[in-house]
Design a protein around this ligand. Sequence first.
Ligand SMILES: [Zn+2]
Length: 145
Amino acid sequence: MTEMAVGVSFRPGELEVRPDGSGNLLGSRCGSCGAHFFPVREVCSGCLSDDMETVGFSTRGMLYTYSVVRQSTPAFEVPYALGYVDFPEGVRIMGQISGCEIDEIGIGMPMVLSLEPFGEDEEGNPLTGYRFSPAEGIAQDPRNE
Ligand SMILES: [Zn+2]
């Protein structure tokens, strides 16, 4: 594994980053009906319970669909791919796809959460954001075994 400066989460309520560089997306689990949501929310949209607990999601999911962005603002290098990844908890989360060529992306492929540098905050501290990468050849998340 390559060394990477571990920054703080670019959105602390959505992405938890640990000192060892690992992390999880954060959402809510309803204590009443068990539904999961991303991002964190106060009330369950399924059963209207406010018994919501913040949980970290699995780091592996399945690519539901994707789109290739070929025009953007000058801040973003094109083309890049945006995808929706389905997680075992039943949430579908959108993010940029990294770690492969665009023509290697396929609907249904296993994906893994990838923490990547995401610029700096106002004080110049490195920030960490997330993308999704093909999970082929990447070790299984031990919590899912
Ligand atoms: Zn509920």
